[in-house]
Structure formats: structure tokens, C-alpha cells
Design a protein around this ligand. Structure first.
Ligand code: ZN
Length: 231
């Protein structure tokens, strides 16, 4: 039995029918390196491939911003306001409440991280959805569907018929960035491309385009570091 975790605890094996060759791909939000293996390749070859590239794997993981798991006392920015996570182990059911300064979690569960994750995702669905609908109405458009995902490569998408998806992790971003990403997706309700007219509309819709845009460009990847981090 080959122990891939001996090379790096971050390696995950992905046997892919579509893959033509062995490849290593970073999944920053999960802090995984996926080792993609074509169906016909041998596991031994894949193991050697990962071994040869162990430094690349280590560097990629080291370059990621440090993880911030949901533990008592940490600070989490939620919708532009820093809140202290307070976990109180008591009661029979899990209760979560967001105040102006804290995210209070009262729970009998030893590690309520998955519950906190679910709570924040629902909060994102509600708060980001609200903002997106208001912004769409400014250009006389309506969203036909709004959903949130844990998207890895993009912060949102929007089709001309009004189906918008945003990464729920945007709730950890500053308001100017949340506003920029929503303005960007709303602008796609009129312009399905990234042409000049699209950017003019996007900037007009944004409350502070340069701040929001630049922060996302520089710090967007850091939004993935909150929460349940495997390892
Ligand atoms: Zn776009």
C-alpha cells in the first residue's frame, strides 16, 4: 500500500477519466494538492511523480495564507465588521447568534465548526442576495435565481437571464469588495462580456471601485482560510 500522505499530508488522489497525464493541482480553499491520475497510469508512477515534486507541493502550501479555524477567541470579519468568535460549550442544541461585536455559538458539540460554516453560508445567502437584488434593481433588472457556492476559481458568475452565483466566502471581505463583486456580476445582466461598456457600468454601480477591486485582487485568496480546514 503506497502512503501518499508520507510525501505530504496535503496530497489528495484524484483518478480522472479525462486526464491525459499525471498532474499536481492546488486547491487553495481546501489546502489540498490534488494529484490527478489518468485511469491507465500506475499508482507507483503517480507516487514517484509526487515524490519528485515534493518541494513544489510544500512551497505551494507554505505560500497559502495561514488558516484560521473556527476556535474560541479568534476574530472573523463578517460583512465588513470584525467579530470575536465566542464558543460556549453548553446546552442541548446548537444556537448561533451574530451581534455587532461577536459571533456567539452555544453548543454541546465538541467541534461546532461545521455548524458555524453552515450558519455563515446561510447568512451569506441572505445578506449577499439582498445586496445583489437591490443593485440589480438600480438598472431595472431582476435576479431570477440567487445562490451561493464554495467556488474556487471565481468569486461569482451571472447569466444575462438573471441567474447569479456568488462565493459565500465573500462575507469575509470588506464592504467595498463585496460591493465591487456584486456590481461586477450585476453588470453582466446587461453585458455578458468584459468589454469597455461592461467596466464603465461596473464602476458606476460600485460605491468604491478602486478600493474594492484592488483589495480582491491582492487579498481574494485569503477569504478561503477561514473555517474547517482539513489538517
Ligand atoms: Zn465577469
Amino acid at each position: 500500500m503506497l502512503d501518499f500522505t508520507a510525501i505530504s499530508p496535503h496530497i489528495r488522489i484524484k483518478i480522472s477519466p479525462k486526464a491525459k497525464r499525471l498532474a499536481l493541482r492546488l486547491d487553495g480553499s481546501k489546502r489540498h494538492i490534488n494529484l490527478v491520475i489518468p485511469p491507465k497510469a500506475s499508482l507507483q508512477k503517480a507516487y514517484e511523480f509526487a515524490q519528485i515534486n515534493h518541494l513544489w507541493i510544500k512551497n505551494k502550501i507554505d505560500e497559502l495564507p495561514p488558516a484560521i479555524p473556527y476556535i474560541n477567541g479568534i476574530t472573523i470579519p463578517i460583512m465588513g465588521i470584525n467579530r470575536t468568535l465566542r464558543i460556549i460549550r453548553e446546552g442541548k442544541i446548537t444556537q448561533i447568534e451574530l451581534t455587532d461585536t461577536e459571533l456567539v455559538v452555544i453548543s454541546p458539540i465538541e467541534d461546532p465548526s461545521p455548524r458555524i460554516g453552515r450558519y455563515l453560508r446561510n447568512l451569506a445567502l441572505q445578506k449577499l442576495g439582498e445586496l445583489a437584488r437591490i443593485k440589480a434593481s438600480q438598472i431595472n433588472r431582476k435576479l431570477s435565481k440567487f445562490s451561493v457556492r464554495d467556488t474556487k476559481s471565481r468569486w461569482g458568475s451571472c447569466s444575462i437571464d438573471g441567474r447569479m452565483t456568488l462565493s459565500w466566502r465573500l462575507i469575509f471581505a470588506p464592504i467595498s469588495s463585496i460591493d465591487y463583486v456584486i456590481s461586477h456580476e450585476v453588470a453582466h445582466l446587461i453585458h455578458p462580456n468584459h468589454g469597455e461598456d461592461f467596466w464603465i457600468l461596473c464602476q458606476n454601480l460600485s460605491i468604491d471601485f478602486p478600493t474594492g477591486y484592488n483589495w480582491m485582487k491582492k487579498n481574494g485568496a485569503s477569504l478561503a482560510r477561514y473555517g474547517e480546514i482539513p489538517l
